[in-house]
Write a protein that binds this ligand. Structure first.
Ligand code: NDP
Length: 675
């Protein structure tokens, strides 16, 4: 299989200098990749000019629908990816994480895009800020997609997940992608890329694949581009030092080496469910993907008194792991990705052994099922014990990217914190305790050194998603050694691909640009009530001004007894004496809301289908019996939903007769489309 790149809308035949890629299991050549031969400037221009232009014409909802369709298309074809992935050493469970996990990310972003983003092409960040006394100048933050390209450089360990977890947020943000898989597993990424290209679901130029070297790609990056990298600290630092990255201030998101910790708390003694969960998780993280996971547990930190029990329990569990050909159902752990990787892992093991004793597993003596141990890149799970972790260095710095983990003991909880933080910034730490006080001491001790903290105990044992699994909804990344980057985290990750600008001008100008009415902009008063207009006929700024209604003591009494809300501030004049907010008995806030609805509603059947909520409700000034209120209802934003209806956000202000604001909120309605 000669791997082609997919650039400028076509599959480019590989160049002359072919690199052979060997199966991790048999050592046989499974594919050939090439470096060079691709015009990187043209590739980037095609992404920016064609892909970016197409994507920016779509709304978030349209892009979300595209991700969902792609997820469905790939789901139907995932068995092909499984089959190829066995050659990388991945077992069926490993493949589920890589293939299904990657496709799952597309679905999560599709759902979040639909639910949490407007059906628009940009975002507003926060509300309107008043910047002037008279209100003629204001500001609002607006977030728009970059006009560049997202260059995704991926690690070898998750050829599918790595590609898709980066792809989903970039496309949802409206930015085209050039993805570069790690060469050693690029045949799997290539197969996935073929499916994506053949699906025809993404617009032209939105997705390109570069197999092999990135050549002079970095020379052509601009301030509108983003590099998102996963791999070694060494490569990351080299790429970050590229003069164009510094000159153009190209955004660089890095995900790299991480010495993740699992901490067994003092309360989790042998015999507790938390002790068993700790053992299970450490063993799992050592063996899933043969430990080649950026999130794998490298350091198992346990109370000194329990270290022997931890080692004994892990030994017993690891002894049951069958190593061999990952296609066999009986096999629990496949080989490393290749012989180079095995060489690296064994070299790192040798360094670790200068500070730690090997207590389980022997790299020179272990059995392999269904494969030739001499030809495949097999190693057994290797457990070390470091007796002096406080003075040791390599156990906190060397990431042996394989089934390798070091157990280390601590005396006081503060020592556990110090050890965990010696990782110099990690992607994840997991904590095993049933004591919330210990958990919170640990969280506040290690939080700033870790991108993710997983609290594992008996209460969540059955459903917890695992130390090593980044969830699309939650942030994945970590400070310091882990790269300082942040991926996923739901809609947060769109920020990497978008620019936030402080937009300043008159309220009318802000409204005209953003399509979101703000106080101070002109209001539109028409003959008929705004509720009589269909979705497409309603103007932004269209307003209804109500009549006044005086609130009486009888109203307050009636409301109190009718609803049961007889809180003293509404009922007892005496009790409000000296009160910091209430000058005497006051109307219920909910009474104001109810009367407001009565004042602004247009009751007859019509285009307004339903009221589905209130946002940003604030009671600003108490209203006393005898005071009159009135309401302004203004169409603030419209967001198309489907062919039947769209959402309308109304700005509502309740004022007293003297013109003081009593309450403000945003009302949400579903309005029918005319046709
Ligand atoms: P590398 O850093 O070597 O490679 C990562 C990616 O960068 C690959 O796609 C690679 O492509 C690419 N790359 C390498 N050099 C350049 C360059 N000069 N310009 C552009 N792209 C480049 O990591 P590996 O995947 O080889 O893994 C090596 C080690 O990194 C592991 O043993 C492990 O310690 C660590 N690692 C850490 C991960 C983490 O997230 N914590 C994940 C994966 C690895 P190519 O394959 O073509 O060289």
């Amino acid at each position: 299989m000669k791997l082609e790149s997919f650039v400028c809308g076509q599959w480019a035949a590989p160049g002359r200098d072919l690199i052979e890629i060997a199966s991790a299991v048999s050592g046989d050549v499974v594919a050939q990749a090439t470096s060079g031969g691709i015009d990187m400037r043209k590739t980037l221009d095609y992404a920016r000019g064609t892909g970016g232009a197409h994507l920016r014409r779509l709304t978030f909802h349209q892009r979300a629908d595209m991700l969902k369709k792609l997820g469905q298309y790939l789901t139907e074809r995932k068995e092909q990816l499984y089959k190829l992935s066995f050659q990388t050493g991945a077992t069926r469970i490993d493949n589920t994480i890589d293939v299904d996990g990657g496709i799952g990310t597309l679905f999560v972003y599709a759902g979040k895009g639909r639910r949490e983003l407007p059906n628009a092409k940009f975002l507003l960040d926060g509300g309107v800020e008043s910047l002037s006394k008279a209100g003629s100048f204001a500001g609002q933050h607006i977030v728009t997609p970059l006009h560049g390209v997202a260059v995704h450089i991926n690690a070898f360990n998750f050829p599918c997940w790595g590609m898709l977890e980066k792809l989903a947020p970039a496309l949802l943000a409206g930015v085209p992608v050039v993805t570069k898989p790690a060469t050693v597993t690029s045949y799997v990424a290539h197969a996935l890329a073929r499916m994506i290209a053949e699906s025809g679901i993404l617009p032209d130029g939105a997705f390109q694949l570069v197999v092999g070297s990135t050549g002079d790609l970095f020379d052509h990056l601009t301030c509108q581009d983003v590099v998102s990298f996963t791999g070694s600290a060494e490569t990351s630092q080299k790429l970050q030092r590229h003069p164009v990255i510094a000159r153009e201030a190209v955004r660089f998101v890095a995900e790299r080496d991480s010495l993740n910790a699992a901490i067994l708390a003092p309360d989790a003694a042998p015999g507790t469910p938390e002790f068993d969960l700790f053992i299970k998780e450490v063993a799992k993280e050592m063996t899933v993907k043969a430990g080649q996971k950026c999130t794998a547990i490298r350091r198992a930190i346990a109370p000194s008194a329990h270290v022997d029990a931890v080692i004994a329990a892990l030994r017993e569990r690891l002894a049951k792991i069958t190593i061999g050909n990952p296609e066999l159902e009986s096999v629990r752990m496949g080989p490393l990705v290749g012989l180079d990787q095995r060489r690296d892992v064994l070299a790192h093991l040798a360094k670790l052994r200068s500070e730690a004793e090997l207590v389980s597993g022997d790299p020179d003596r272990f059995s392999v099922e269904g494969a030739d141990a001499a030809r495949g890149a097999f190693v057994p799970p290797l457990l070390l014990h470091c007796a002096n972790p406080a003075s040791a260095v390599s156990v906190h710095e060397i990431e042996a990217f394989g089934p390798v983990c070091t157990v280390m003991g601590y005396d006081a909880l503060d020592d556990a914190v110090t050890l965990a933080n010696r990782g110099g910034g990690s992607l994840v730490a997991s904590v095993y305790t049933h004591d919330t006080k210990i958990a919170s001491d640990l969280v506040f001790g290690i939080g700033s050194f870790h991108g993710r903290l997983v609290m594992i105990d008996r209460d969540c044992a059955k459903e917890q998603t695992g130390h090593g699994s980044p969830m699309p909804q939650m942030v994945h990344g970590g400070p310091g050694r882990a790269g300082g980057g942040e991926e996923l985290g739901g809609i947060r990750s769109l920020q990497h691909y978008m620019q936030r600008s402080a937009l300043q001008g008159s309220p009318a100008m802000l409204t005209g640009i953003t399509g979101s009415w703000s106080k101070g902009a002109a209001i539109v008063e028409k003959e008929r009530h705004p509720f009589r207009y269909h979705f497409e006929d309603l103007d932004i700024g269209q307003t209804f001004m109500s009549k006044e209604r005086t609130i009486t003591l009888e109203d307050i009494e009636h409301f109190a007894h009718f609803t049961g809300d007889t809180f003293y501030a509404h009922m007892d004049e005496e009790a409000t004496k000296g009160h910091p907010f209430f000058p005497g008995r006051v109307a219920h806030g909910y009474l104001l809301l109810s009367f407001a609805a009565g004042l602004f509603v247009d009751p007859d059947p019509g285009p307004v289908l339903a009221n589905y909520g209130l946002d940003s409700l604030r009671f600003v000034k108490p209203v006393q019996p005898g005071e009159a209120i009135k309401v302004r209802l203004t169409a603030k934003e419209k967001s198309p939903r489907n062919k039947q209806y769209g959402e309308v956000r109304w700005d509502v202000e309740i004022t007293t007769a003297s013109g003081e604001t009593a309450a403000t909120y945003e009302l949400l309605t579903m309005n029918a489309v005319r046709s």
